[in-house]
Design a protein around this ligand. Sequence first.
Ligand code: SAM
Length: 223
Amino acid sequence: MVEHVTEPGWAEVERYLTDVVVRPDAAHQRALASAVEAGMPPIEVAPNAGKLLRMLVQLSGAKRVLEIGTLAGFSSIWMAQGLPDDGTLVTCEFLQQHADVARANVDAAGVGHKVEIRIGAALDTLPMLAGHEPFDFVFIDADKQNDANYLEWAIRLGRAGTVIVMDNVIWDGAILEPERDRLNAPGIVQALEMLGNDPRLDATAIQTVGSKGWDGFAVARVR
Ligand code: SAM
């Protein structure tokens, strides 16, 4: 497993940007605190990334969002806030305990009416979402071994123009040395290669530093 190392300066700059520019609200703070109280690992997106997700949902005009990997609902709150009042966010979570905490958090944030949580392994719950209106926006942030499978589902459940964001695509640089984390890195590399090669996708990938160490995200558009 790789260690996600954060330089003190990266975290300080992120705190400054969060306070001055991002300005999380009480619901975001509550979700973060509840995750700590529940003993969850601190693997939610950073606040600046959460706000970027909200802005991308708004800028793309999405009405239906799919999230894979809920945790305490931190990113769910940001994205649901970017949806119109009659919009829908379906979020897939493996663990009942995480789903329970997330449900309380999205309800307390006043966006619970837009959020549906599907509990179970996403590869089991995603097929149940077929045959409905397509998703306009998909955020992939669960078990990295399945990133390429989740991209496939995002395409299947989306439409031409669907925006896909995939988190954690740099993994402390282990994408160039997958032997450093045989559990996660090969799945990320497979997904990156799919993002570059699959004729159904047009994509870019951005590396970042901050409170979550050296990492990054990919943004794709279904052709
Ligand atoms: N998106 C969240 C946020 O930023 O607030 C963080 C999600 S966290 C990185 C990953 C979550 O995916 C965990 O809650 C974990 O239990 C869940 N997960 C792991 N494997 C999964 C699977 N096969 N199906 C569904 N969820 C899974």
